[in-house]
Design a protein around this ligand. Structure first.
Ligand code: BMA
Length: 334
């Protein structure tokens, strides 16, 4: 009898290819490293600065439970972090009431046309979480644009360049029919429209059923935008956050070319399985090494610390070719 590949994905042996390799020094940053009193540090945005050093814009939760953002800089992206002595970007509810319950989960995109970094983050308003945008040149002063996607919306990143003359933003609005990834366009970063559903959460028993969201900003490759996304599985003992992979058309990023069936990374290490929220791996940023292939993926572990895993873009693409499905088959899965 022939068993369809999508039913039993690995009939050859009981193993899987580890695509994201954990750094042996994990977790690389914890609350103990902070120069002021905090509860936890996790879910950092990441970028390379002009001098080649790494900047993490970390989500820091204070001991009231509210979050702000704080920058940590390192020459090698692994250790020797210089952490801002005070919060770098704090909620400003007097001018931006949507930030009343904190700001969370930043994604950083360097935008060559603006010669600035775009930081998208979740602002936690009385009406729920929404997406806010700020621009910065140096991660010391920020130009806030306020809420650009109203609640309930999060997990957002700006693409680094215009598509057909328009800025493009990926985000994750949630309704009682599920939480799916959308893309929207803007002529000026302030007014957003032409909303399109980009990637749907699957249904039923799938690992990425009902709730998915963008993880780090998309990675531009010659074959398309490579997207790491998280899927949330609700279980009787809580939620399981794992990562999947998909590839989107370079000039029409709403079009999914390939989507992996299984997750490629999930909570396994002690620091990922136990913390303020157990069983969470949640990357919000990556940097690319000079070889143009090695990704340093920075992720929040169990909502308590920051960890690093490395991956090769070519290996991720090869894996997608072998394990991904086209849009037509995805429709059948959903
Ligand atoms: C999501 C986000 C993340 C968090 C995760 C697990 O909804 O709020 O910031 O890491 O839940 O708690």
């Amino acid at each position: 009898m022939t068993v369809p590949a999508q039913i039993l994905p690995n009939l050859v042996n009981n193993s899987y290819e580890p695509l994201l390799l954990r750094h042996p020094g994990n977790p690389i940053l914890t609350s103990k490293d902070w120069p002021y009193s905090i509860n936890s540090v996790f879910n950092p945005g990441a970028t390379l600065l002009a001098d080649g050093s790494t900047l993490l814009l970390c989500r820091v939760e204070d001991r009231r439970g509210l979050s702000h953002l704080c920058a940590a800089r390192s020459q090698n992206g692994v250790d020797g972090w210089l952490i801002d002595r005070e919060p770098t970007l704090i909620p400003n509810p007097a001018q931006y009431p949507e930030e009343i319950w904190g700001i969370e989960d930043p994604r950083v995109t360097f935008v060559p046309e603006l010669q600035q970094y775009a930081v998208t983050y979740t602002s936690y308003s009385r009406g729920g979480p929404g997406v806010s945008l700020a621009l910065t040149k140096d991660f010391r002063s920020f130009e806030r644009y306020g809420v650009i996607m109203s609640p309930d919306d999060k997990d957002s990143a700006l693409l680094p360049r215009r598509i057909d003359g328009y800025w493009a933003l990926i985000h994750r609005p949630a309704t009682n029919l599920g939480a799916h990834m959308w893309i929207s366009y803007s002529p000026d970063l302030r007014h957003w429209g032409r909303h399109r559903l980009m990637l749907e959460a699957r249904r039923g028993a799938w690992w990425d059923a009902n709730k998915i969201g963008l993880s780090p900003p998309p990675i531009e490759t010659s074959r398309g935008w490579l997207v790491l996304y998280h899927g949330v599985r609700h279980t009787p003992s809580g939620c399981l956050y794992r990562l999947g992979l998909a590839l989107f058309d370079l000039e029409n990023p709403a079009k999914c070319l390939l989507r992996g069936d299984s997750w490629i990374f999930g909570p396994e290490a002690e620091y990922e399985c136990h913390g303020d929220v157990d069983d969470v791996v949640f990357p919000c940023g990556y940097t690319m090494d000079r070889d143009g292939d090695t990704l340093n993926i920075y992720y929040g572990a169990a909502d308590s610390s920051i960890a690093l895993a490395r991956a090769s873009v070519n290996s991720l693409l090869r894996w997608l070719d072998a394990n991904g499905s086209s849009e037509r088959r995805q429709r059948a899965d959903l």
